[in-house]
Design a protein around this ligand. Structure first.
Ligand code: NAD
Ligand code: UGA
Length: 465
């Protein structure tokens, strides 16, 4: 089957970059990315490419090459579904905030809406590709909806989870470790899988394109994220042990990571992992395990989240205890708000929870982040509902100059590992802060010796003082 028209429902962090690269590499295929969020689509269509809704290194160039040629962003969802032979579903699948499975299960209402819309509009056979991260066996639910409410057309459902990481999305898409495609084992299923393989083969070697059954593919995505997050929680657990024993977590990471069976990646101790997916996907895995009565399996994975929450709390507690057990009325400067460097995404960022804990102690926080807007920061805090929006605005200020942010601070906390923080004139910052000059490095990015020579009282995750 030759695919000439692709539609992608959802123009977010996954749909936007993924389809941009897919279109760039397949100029013969018309790719239309649709979304119900008009503002987002307008931003994707903005002639000024610095206004794209998502900041990712290298993304502008890809969009510039493909947009208007064979890549289109639109709010005309029905039209795009109708025209396409292959439809990617790339909508959000957040943790449920209500009803059964609240706080654990994935909320599949957006997925179901997409399936119903496809069923309503489709007049010809379609391949429907799950690009969103979904609980194992969701393909069955999508198929049921399509089969029972469709217009007599046939649908093949494929699972094609996305493994890109934010901040390196374009590189990850151009050069993925693997592409995973799950499909039915029937002839039709194999044909659909081959159609998708052919699209990826435009730029990815065939041996890196893995085909499996649908359930393995759906589950592998949750498992990949669970394993990655587990490594971060494992090293974060060890970071506390390092702090009390005189070991240095950086040295421990290096020592264990050189064992090729362990490997060096995802062993960087931090203030805690954030991002829209690790927590959501592990909670989802835990919920699935529980729903099958696998309580030990569920408890095992839940511990990864418990450890992460503890690490965020521990960082805030450390600031309070070091500042003589009170931060009330003290200015604490946050360098960084994004959940990692090179992204403007703040979803589940550790900074939000550390700020909330410090605001509970009546600290006055000033935030500087090179890519995150003031409105985003306030939305993140307001969403917690811990205090009124007015109170959040009174206690927390956002500035766009790091030196101004640090002026007269009682303490500086590094929450995101932005490269520019390393290059600051720390001598100049030292002169401007209140003494003792406390720095809490939640990302282990600064040179301890340099900071101490300047005069800072420098505390880093996983290093005893
Ligand atoms: P997002 O919130 O950035 O984007 C989702 C978009 O879908 C939104 O713009 C929303 O308006 C749109 N949408 C929702 N329902 C719609 C509908 N019925 N019709 C049209 N548009 C609709 O989410 P995201 O970060 O792109 O994540 C999408 C999925 O990909 C999730 O399942 C996530 O777990 C997974 N994922 C995310 C990442 C990541 O780095 N963010 C990586 C891999 C996988
Ligand atoms: C992660 C996965 O890496 C992707 O493969 C996956 O596609 C994606 O989730 C998803 O499903 O959404 P992402 O969350 O964008 O990608 O970023 P990561 O690089 O994985 O970082 C996640 C969090 O862990 C960040 O807060 C980061 O600072 C933290 N982290 C990461 C550490 O604290 N230490 C490490 O060693 C690595």
């Amino acid at each position: 089957m030759i695919i000439k028209n692709i539609c992608c429902i959802g123009a977010g962090y996954v749909g936007g970059p993924t389809m941009s690269v897919l279109a760039q590499k397949n100029p013969h295929i018309k790719v239309t990315v649709v979304d119900i969020n008009q503002e987002r689509i307008a931003a994707w269509n903005d002639t000024d490419l610095s206004n794209l809704p998502i900041y990712e290194p290298g993304l502008k160039e890809v969009v510039q090459e493909a947009r208007g040629r064979n890549l289109f962003f639109s709010t005309e969802v029905k039209k795009a579904i109708d025209e396409a032979e292959m439809i990617f579903i790339s909508v959000n699948t957040p943790t449920k905030t209500y009803g059964k499975g609240k706080g654990m299960a994935a909320d599949l209402k957006y997925i179901e809406l997409c399936a119903r819309q496809i069923a309503k509009v489709a007049k010809s056979d379609k391949i429907v590709v799950e690009k969103s991260t979904l609980p194992v066996r969701t393909a069955q639910a999508i198929k049921d909806i399509l089969d029972y409410t469709g217009n007599g057309v046939t649908f093949q459902i494929l699972s094609n989870p996305e493994f890109l990481a934010e901040g390196t999305a374009v590189q990850d898409l151009l050069n993925p470790d693997r592409v995973l495609i799950g499909g039915e084992e029937s002839e039709e299923g194999k044909e659909a899988m081959e159609a998708l393989v052919a699209i990826y083969e435009s730029w990815i070697p065939r041996e890196r394109i893995l085909t499996t059954n649908v359930w393995s593919s759906e589950l592998s995505k949750l498992v990949a994220n669970a394993f990655l997050a587990q490594r971060v929680s494992s090293i974060n657990a060890i970071s506390e042990l390092c702090e009390v024993t005189g070991a240095n977590v950086g040295e421990v990471s290096r020592a264990i990571g050189m064992d090729s069976r362990i490997g060096p990646k995802f062993l960087k101790a931090s203030v805690g992992f954030g991002g829209s997916c690790f927590q959501k996907d592990i909670l989802n895995l835990v919920y699935i395990a529980k729903s099958y009565g696998l309580n030990e399996v569920a408890d095992y994975w839940e511990q990864v989240i418990i450890m992460n929450d503890y690490q965020k709390r521990r960082f805030a507690d450390k600031i309070v205890s070091t500042l003589y057990n009170t931060v009330s009325g003290k200015k604490i400067t946050f360098l960084g708000w994004a959940f990692k460097k090179d992204t403007n995404d703040t979803r589940e960022s550790a900074a939000i929870y550390v700020a909330d804990a410090l605001l509970n102690e009546q600290a006055e926080i000033t935030v500087y982040d090179p890519k995150v807007s003031e409105s985003r920061i306030y939305e993140d805090l307001d969403y917690l509902g811990t205090r009124s929006p007015e109170e959040n605005r009174r206690l927390l200020k956002v500035v766009n100059d790091p030196y101004q942010a640090c002026k007269d601070a009682h303490a500086i906390a590094i929450l995101t590992e932005w490269d520019e923080f390393i290059t600051y004139d720390w001598g100049k910052i030292y002169e401007a802060v209140i003494k003792p000059a406390f720095v809490f490095d939640g990302r282990k990015i600064l040179d301890a010796e340099m900071m101490e020579t300047i005069g800072f009282d420098y505390t880093s995750i996983g290093v005893s003082k």
